[in-house]
Write a protein that binds this ligand. Sequence first.
Ligand SMILES: [Zn+2]
Length: 254
Amino acid sequence: MIDSLATQLSLFDAPNAATSLTVRHSLRARRLAVRVYPGGRAEVVVPPRTSGRVVREFVLRHREWIETRRARAQRERPPAAAFPPPMIELAAFAERWELRIVPGPGRTRLVQIAASPEGPHTLEARGHGATTGLPRLLQAWVRARAAAQLAPWLETLAREAGFSYGRMTVRRQRTRWGSCSTRGTISLNACLAFQRPAVVRYLLLHELAHTRHMNHSTRFWRLVAEHEPHWRELDRELATGWRHVPAWMLNDGT
Ligand SMILES: [Zn+2]
């Protein structure tokens, strides 16, 4: 039933989820309804005892509305699962990179083409079968970008706030945003690149404060507060910061 109805409803050529129209039968629905989700997926909710013809007419009647809403949804937020992403936004560094796939000879590689400060810059994935292995390349690229930007930032903050540390590393991690070893090595998560600058600054101060207190004692938090009075809000924001990280950044595999 669902399949046949869905086939009838292939009014929109649907090469991917973002442009498809799904039909959901609901026992609780009172009347036909259509929703467009962030990213552009559209769903028709069908109450019990509704004929395929009625559904089809309903969709045709609302087709223009669906397309308008869908276009808006896609402009506002690309689908989370979209890969390759059309744009990579490194919020921490106020950088936007437009990703362009440029098929050509040779192994897939990334080439940065920096624009004016207002950007967006261009990141080209060039090569033979340009999207193969692209997630890994992008992950490494974000990590390198984060390392290049976070190193001087951490250095400046440490100098201004009067902290000293050993060295800094940037890794792609899934569980923590940063850490500080007893030797004073500060490890930072590459995914910080997708957080707001104020949140990143807080995390850097947090790790720097660990060079004095290797715990989360009252004295530690007092020290953090001296340099960042809004640490509580920023810490809370960082805890939910994963939602700003694109899925391709966290995935393993190809
Ligand atoms: Zn800590």
